[in-house]
Design a protein around this ligand. Structure first.
Ligand code: ADP
Ligand code: MG
Length: 476
């Protein structure tokens, strides 16, 4: 066998194929699982969740920076959710043209007019970053987005460290194996849910996971659920349909679904237009939002995570509105912002269009959507912006600087996928959890991380979309 080929297949004398087998078996043993695409609603057939063979290098300073800023992002999201004037102003142009955001906004307004029934707020979010490669070879932590609804993979990420530890041990890299970080977002997320449940104050009331029709990623959610079981907190898994058919509020606005009182609604669904298949689905969302149940997130916090809000936050002076006496916090948050540009009608938006048309490869065009696969790149940016010329259609989008991380080499393990080395890009996520009771933050924490890695040929898409795979950082 030629030397080059051998290098590709061996690590310190151990066959890559043998290591891949170790990784897959360790993943199955640890519960790094997903149901199959062809049978997403049964656990009779499962496989390992896609993951890298090896951990990927992440610079220590950037990693620590991402952890350190997380509690400030928690505070920021919470403050935005309480600032009705800000949300109204920030989203005014978007809701003119984007029906989905407009409908969410109407629910938000409905709740404000009726008065919020519940003063307990539970936030579980994930702030995602890429490390932008600088000309001098260093890297700079840049936020891609913050997910304030249905942020996933905190469960499975709690179980991947042992997989990579085992692979590295078998590969004879004991020292590296010991450097894989502990990570347990499932526990931290569940602790916040448990806190909100406790404050709600009814032992019989359950935590309801509002889940999708397609439950392929059920084990990620079960990791959090099982943390609640150990605390003897009752849990339910319900779909929008279940809420439509069996949900109701009593005279105190307590939410009942299938006859059981719900203390906390944890949304793992409801972030995409496709999730709202009918008017009944929208009515179910409104029912939950109006209820006394603690919503994770509530509708205002959901809106705080929109890409339009992200763009507005990057404008001069806006962070200062939320942290008037804390220039250090403002600086820490702002340091993670990439260039973000408005496409509102007017001279500033016109300037953005001209800039994008002049160098489309430097930018990403983003609609108000979640879940991967919606962003627009390269010549497609020109097509969309030229098509929208002179019309308000462009205000459905924001423009963002494209982040270019340093590529790394790794093997992406997925069911029936070929075992070959790929040039990859990593995205680091950091989980935040907070609970507020009235005006008092009773819990505000950074509860763990998630590294996702994808082949560099894909511009967009997450793990659920079948593009990225689970990974672990190896700090360098
Ligand atoms: P979604 O809500 O659909 O997850 P994201 O903003 O996270 O939207 O974008 C999806 C993916 O597109 C990211 O995971 C990342 O791989 C890529 N991406 C998004 N923004 C940028 C950017 N500014 N530069 C480079 N890649 C980006
Ligand atoms: Mg994303």
């Amino acid at each position: 066998m030629a030397q080059g080929r051998r290098d590709e297949l061996m690590v310190d004398g151990v066959l890559i194929e043998a290591l891949a087998e170790v990784a897959k078996n360790a993943a199955l043993l640890q519960g790094v699982l997903m149901r199959l695409q062809e049978s997403p609603n049964t656990s009779e057939l499962v496989s390992y969740a896609p993951l890298t063979l090896f951990p990927s290098p992440v610079p220590t300073a950037a990693f620590l920076q991402s952890l350190a800023v997380q509690t400030h992002f928690n505070t920021l999201v919470d403050k935005i959710s309480r600032d009705a004037d800000f949300l109204q102003e920030a989203l005014a142009s978007t809701i003119e043209v984007d029906d989905f955001t407009a409908r969410l906004f109407r629910i938000h307004q409905h709740v404000l007019e009726e008065g919020r029934a519940q003063s307990i707020v539970l936030g579980l979010n994930r702030s995602d970053y890429m490390l932008d490669q600088q000309e001098d070879g260093s890297s700079s932590l840049k936020q891609i987005e913050i997910n304030t609804i249905a942020a996933s993979f905190g469960g499975l990420a709690s179980r991947t460290p042992d997989v990579h530890r085992q692979v590295l041990k078998v590969a004879g890299k004991l020292e590296e194996s010991q450097r894989i970080l502990d990570n347990n977002p499932a526990k931290g997320l569940a602790e916040a849910v448990a806190k909100a449940w406790e404050l709600y104050g009814s032992e019989r009331a359950a935590v309801m996971f509002l889940v999708e029709e397609n439950q392929r990623n059920i084990f990620d959610q079960r990791c959090i659920e099982s943390e609640l079981w150990t605390r003897n907190i009752p849990t339910l898994r319900k779909r929008f349909d279940d809420v439509s058919e069996t949900g109701s509020l009593d005279q105190d606005k307590r939410l009942f679904v299938g006859g059981l009182e719900v203390a906390v609604v944890y949304f793992r669904n409801g972030y995409m237009p496709q999730n709202y298949v009918s008017e009944q689905t929208w009515a179910a969302r409104l029912l939950m939002e109006r209820s006394l149940a603690v919503k994770c997130p509530d509708i205002s916090t959901h809106l705080a995570g929109t890409k339009k809000v992200q763009q507005v936050l990057a404008r001069p002076g806006v962070l200062e509105r939320f942290f008037p006496d804390q220039p250090g916090v403002v600086e820490q948050i702002r340091a993670t912002f990439a260039g973000l540009y408005t496409l509102d009608m007017g001279p500033e938006g016109d300037k953005t269009v001209a800039m994008a048309l002049g160098a489309p490869d430097r930018f990403v065009l983003k609609p108000q959507r979640e879940g991967g696969g919606n962003n627009i790149y390269g010549s497609e940016i020109c097509r969309v912006l030229q098509g929208a010329q002179g019309s308000a259609d462009r205000t459905a989008y924001i423009l963002m600087d494209k982040i270019s991380p340093a590529p790394v080499q790794n093997y992406l393990l997925r069911r029936d996928g070929p075992l070959r080395i790929s040039t990859c890009l990593c995205e680091l996520g950091v989980f935040g959890a907070y609970v507020r009771h009235g005006d008092v933050m009773v819990l505000n924490e950074c509860v763990g991380h998630l590294l996702r890695t994808k082949s560099s040929e894909h511009a967009d898409g997450g793990v659920a979309a079948g593009v990225a795979v689970l990974d672990n950082p190896l700090l360098v």
